[in-house]
Design a protein around this ligand. Structure first.
Ligand code: HH2
Length: 283
């Protein structure tokens, strides 16, 4: 059975409603907001805006993992993420909003944990040497995401026999590795990794069959916000994908997703409030 709380550093997040994880990319090259929040002052202002808009978590990323992206130097990534995290922490603590760091690198994870991150969001599912141990030594939550290949090449020749089975088996294997290393199950989130080594059709099958991933018994996070699948379905550019992204988020929570990773926090929070109230049938 799925745990009803997520242990996330000093926080215990209730999972009785879908949570919104606001995306803050402090990169020059992210696919949807590249460069916009690279400046520290702008990143802080955006984080404050997301807090005011009702984000339940804020996910800071210092490396783009969009298809074709080149890896970021670890020193640059630390310089982008850690001072911002340190500056934001008191305000987030005051509002009991955990800070997550989106990274694949063990040294960045360790620095983020030292600087007070409450969650590590790893598109590599803690496969880097020392990553599991770094997380196991702490009390942070971890989001384990499925990715086929590496961002530079992951969209080349994407073939699966059954994408849902493959994602499910991978996530199950990563969960077992984490638990064997001493990471308690109530600290673990899983994510099918929409767009990471998957075609539009693979993403749609994964979304449609999300309950099979939910069956693994861990909170499921989804990141469809502004992604190319939304662009293909709507014919819209990145900046015009808010409505499509929200529709995808609602489809995901209707199939059991616990956390929605979103760029457009205000719109996503409002949509989920209405969706949830309507689903329950009372205020
Ligand atoms: N998607 C992106 C990055 N991190 N983490 C999780 N858990 N799930 C996702 O789907 C996911 C993620 C890619 O989106 P974005 O951060 O907006 O872009 P970029 O990687 O170009 O910075």
């Amino acid at each position: 059975m799925r745990s009803h709380v997520l242990a996330c550093g000093p926080y215990r997040l209730a999972l009785d409603r879908p949570l919104v994880m606001g995306v803050l990319n402090v990169t020059p090259d992210s696919f949807s907001d590249g460069g916009r929040y690279f400046d520290r002052g702008r990143a802080l202002a955006r984080a404050r805006e997301m807090l005011a808009h009702g984000a339940d978590l804020i996910d800071i990323g210092g490396e783009s993992t969009r298809p074709g992206a080149a890896p970021t130097d670890e020193g640059d990534e630390i310089e982008r993420v850690i001072p911002l995290l340190e500056q934001l922490r008191p305000e987030c603590d005051e509002m009991s909003v955990p800070l997550s760091v989106d990274t694949r690198k063990t040294v960045v994870m360790a620095a983020a944990i030292d600087a007070g991150a409450s969650m590590i969001n790893d598109v590599g599912a803690l496969r880097a040497p020392g990553a599991i141990e770094a997380v196991a030594r702490s009390a942070v939550a971890v989001c384990l995401m499925h990715m086929r290949g590496e961002p530079t090449t992951m969209q080349h020749d994407v073939v699966y026999t059954d994408v849902v089975d493959e994602v499910k088996n991978f996530l199950n294997e990563r969960v077992e590795a984490c638990e064997a290393a001493g990471i308690a199950s109530e600290r673990i989130v899983i994510d099918p990794g929409f767009g990471f080594g998957k075609s539009v059709d693979h993403n749609l099958v994964l979304l449609n069959r999300l309950p099979e991933i939910v069956e693994l018994g861990f909170p499921v996070a989804v990141g469809l916000s502004r992604k190319s699948t939304i662009g293909v379905l709507t014919g819209r550019d990145v900046e015009e994908r808010v409505a499509g992204s929200i529709a995808a988020a609602l489809a995901a929570v209707a199939r059991g997703a616990a956390i929605v990773r979103a760029h457009d926090v205000l719109e996503t929070v409002d949509a989920l409030k209405v969706w949830r109230t309507a689903s329950i049938g009372r205020r």
